[in-house]
Every structure is written in C-alpha cells, then in structure tokens.
Design a protein around this ligand. Structure first.
Ligand SMILES: CC(C)(COP(=O)(O)OP(=O)(O)OC[C@H]1O[C@@H](n2cnc3c(N)ncnc32)[C@H](O)[C@@H]1OP(=O)(O)O)[C@@H](O)C(=O)NCCC(=O)NCCS
Length: 176
C-alpha cells in the first residue's frame, strides 16, 4: 500500500475536522473526548495550530493518494518545567486501512517530527488498557508505562484502566 505521511496544513482543515469527528464517532471508547462534545464546537482545538502552522503543535496525516485516512497529533507541554516533553494524541487509522502498519509508520512520522523540536526529550501518551491494538503498537515502538490508573473515569463516568506511557529520545534511538 502506497501511503504518504506529512504534517497537515491549512488546506487540510476540512478533511482534518471530518476524520477527527469520524474517529470519535466510530471509536467512542478509545478517546478522552466525545463525538457530541467536539461536534458542537465551531472549531476543534488543533484547527488553529494547523492554520497557523505552529511548529510544536501539529497533526501528521496518512494519505492514500489525496485522501486523508489516518491522523496522529502532538503538542509540546506549556508549563515551563515540562517544556522538554510533549504528548501524542488523536491517533486514528480508518478501519479498512488498519493492520497494515500504517499506524506504526504514522506514529513513527509524528515521533520523528516531535524530536526535531529543539529541547524535546520525552514523548508521552495515555492509552486505555482495553485498546489491545494501540497498546501493542505503543509497546513495540518503545513506549514504557510509567503510571497505571486502574480507576480512570472516562467522559461517561465509567471506570477504566489507563496506562500513561513515555518514550525518551534515547529509547527512540534504540528502537529505530
Ligand atoms: C490504534 C490504531 C491507530 C492502529 O493502527 P493500525 O494501522 O491498525 O496499526 P498497525 O497496523 O501499524 O499495527 C497493528 C498491529 O501491528 C503491530 N505492529 C505494527 N508495526 C509493528 C512493528 N514495526 N513492530 C512490531 N509490531 C508492529 C502492532 O503492534 C499492532 O498489533 P495488532 O496486530 O495486535 O493490532 C488503529 O487500530 C485505530 O485507529 N484504532 C481506533 C482508534 C484508537 O484506538 N486510537 C488510539 C488511541 S490511544
């Protein structure tokens, strides 16, 4: 499968919104945000960053020809004492494209882009334990669990297991 990976730009705003809302609708148990809440927003949080091409807050897209079929976001932490870290978010590959290593390559593209930012040493993420495919992928890429929340409350008030994971720059070099 010939898939291209690149940062989303202003021209991608409409398709970004569509695929982000689709991911929340199709996989309500995979994300911290809900479809209903995000759909009601005039603009999604990342639309502004994409539009202004903010260098340390971005979405990498996976494209089948011109069609956006997957996304993976990153943002650098804003607190002064956390400036050396950022977070992977909103990762999604459309169902018919899954299990073809697109998620792996999309994540690697986002990681490469994030470690290009001067001063970024750690990339963090949160994943629900029930999400087998995502957990296997993150483990295989070199993310390490640093905290396990057995009773994390999701947006519908249901208690679920959630792993917080981190990939250091050194570990990334070792796993490449
Ligand atoms: C999680 C998700 C993005 C993965 O996308 P994908 O394109 O199917 O991912 P890949 O094909 O790269 O990986 C799939 C499998 O191959 C494995 N794999 C891929 N590349 C690998 C590599 N280089 N080395 C070892 N294993 C690899 C993964 O661990 C995974 O294991 P599985 O077969 O048990 O699922 C996708 O399933 C998805 O969008 N799910 C719904 C939304 C979601 O859960 N997002 C994550 C929120 S934290």
């Amino acid at each position: 499968m010939d898939i291209a990976y690149r940062r989303l730009v202003k021209n991608d705003l409409k398709v970004y919104r569509d695929i982000r809302l689709e991911s929340l609708k199709v996989y309500p148990d995979s994300f911290g945000s809900s479809y209903e809440d995000q759909k009601s927003k005039e603009r999604l949080g990342f639309e502004e960053y994409i539009e202004q091409n903010v260098f340390d807050k971005f979405i990498v897209g996976a494209f089948d020809a011109a069609r956006l079929i997957g996304i993976c976001g990153f943002f650098r932490k804003v607190d002064a004492e956390r400036m050396n870290a950022g977070e992977i978010i909103q990762m999604y590959v459309q169902a018919k494209y899954q299990s073809n290593k697109i998620g792996y390559l999309l994540l690697q593209a986002a990681i490469e882009e994030a470690f290009k930012i001067a001063g970024i040493e750690n990339i963090e993420l949160g994943v629900f334990t029930a999400n087998k495919s995502a957990n296997t992928l993150f483990d295989n890429v070199g993310f390490e669990e640093y905290l396990f929340h057995e009773n994390h409350l999701n947006d519908r008030g249901v208690k679920i297991g959630r792993r917080l994971m981190v990939l250091s720059r050194d570990n990334h070099m070792a796993y490449r």
